[in-house]
Design a protein around this ligand. Structure first.
Ligand code: SAM
Length: 292
């Protein structure tokens, strides 16, 4: 419930900034044709379906890119982008249009379910976090490995991937505002974070014991090849499928199945239902799926 509200709040912040008209100057020209082209390009590139009402969000997020290039018309930006299929700007374009909302132990009921699943595994555990964003989710998974497996967790691994390279850079740094970290149990804060001092006051860093278990890699779920191998004990694919259409979701789910151990678990976000999309998985309950 909390995350639904936060997701809605994020959307309305974009909208209200626009509506107020004071915080974002409307000095750049975004035509209907530009907006339609942007929607097409981000769909082709990342599978993200941008609804009609996202126009203001698109304006505010891509405005930074236009200003960076001293441009005032989205048309010019798009022409330049499309003329250079290999340009680095494609990465910035994609990063600008992703939504990275996340939190430590978001949708908290999943973590005890994961702990139960891995507790008595004989060998090392491997988890794929397929929309890792700025790192809070994969670090929460690594903390769960440490809490559940103790010293044996050192042989286990969380592979954390995302299309957004800026989000991954933040994730690799593993530094978060203390106010965000303070929402966790006191025991977790003490065990898994180092509080900053001096210039780092107000920040907390993930301890190496946790970060050593996580490997970050760029990965577009639409790409024909994925640089991850499996077999995974669990795949986390939460709050990303909502941005894709059913066809894209079905293709991705079909590719997840062979990468998972037969008894592996697939974790979905609170508003994501895979039952009607793919027969590769069946619902176990509480937005957790097993291979069919
Ligand atoms: C809302 S965040 C969800 C983060 C986290 N899984 C959670 O539930 O808190 C969605 C993430 O999906 C990523 N994403 C969007 N399209 C993607 C794609 N085609 N391939 C991989 N990641 C993608 C975005 O960059 C973003 O970080």
């Amino acid at each position: 419930m909390g995350s639904i509200l936060t997701e809605q709040r994020e959307r309305s912040i974009d909208a209200s900034q626009w509506a107020s008209g004071n915080q974002i100057e409307r000095d750049l020209v975004l035509t209907d044709a530009d907006f339609a082209r942007i929607r097409e390009l981000i769909y082709q590139r990342a599978g993200i379906v941008l609804a009609e009402h996202k126009r203001e969000m698109v304006y505010s997020r891509l405005a930074k890119r236009l200003r960076h290039h001293n441009m005032t018309r989205f048309t010019d930006y798009l022409v330049r982008l499309e003329r250079q299929p290999e340009a680095k700007e494609w990465e910035a374009f994609t990063n600008a249009l992703t939504t990275n909302l996340t939190a430590f132990f978001r949708e908290a009921h999943h973590f005890p379910l994961l702990a139960e699943h891995i507790r008595n595994k004989p060998g090392p555990v491997t988890i794929w976090c397929s929309a890792a964003s700025t790192g809070e989710e994969p670090y929460s998974l690594a903390m769960t490995l440490l809490e559940t497996l103790g010293p044996k967790a050192a042989q286990s691994k969380v592979i954390a991937t995302d299309i957004d390279t800026d989000a991954l850079s933040k994730a690799r740094m593993g530094i978060y505002p203390l106010e965000q970290v303070r929402k966790l149990d006191e025991a977790r804060v003490k065990r898994f974070f180092q509080k900053g001092t001096g210039q780092q006051q107000g920040l907390a860093r993930i301890r190496p014991e946790v970060s050593e278990l996580v490997e970050f890699l760029p990965l577009n779920l639409l790409a024909p090849q994925w640089p991850v191998k499996g077999p995974f004990d669990a795949v986390f694919c939460r709050n990303i499928m909502i941005y894709f259409d059913k066809e894209t979701q079905a293709k991705i789910l079909k590719r997840f199945a062979p990468l998972m151990k037969p008894e592996g678990l697939l974790f979905a976000g609170h508003s994501e239902n895979f039952s009607y999309i793919s027969d590769a998985f069946k619902l176990r309950g509480q937005t957790v799926y097993t291979r069919a």
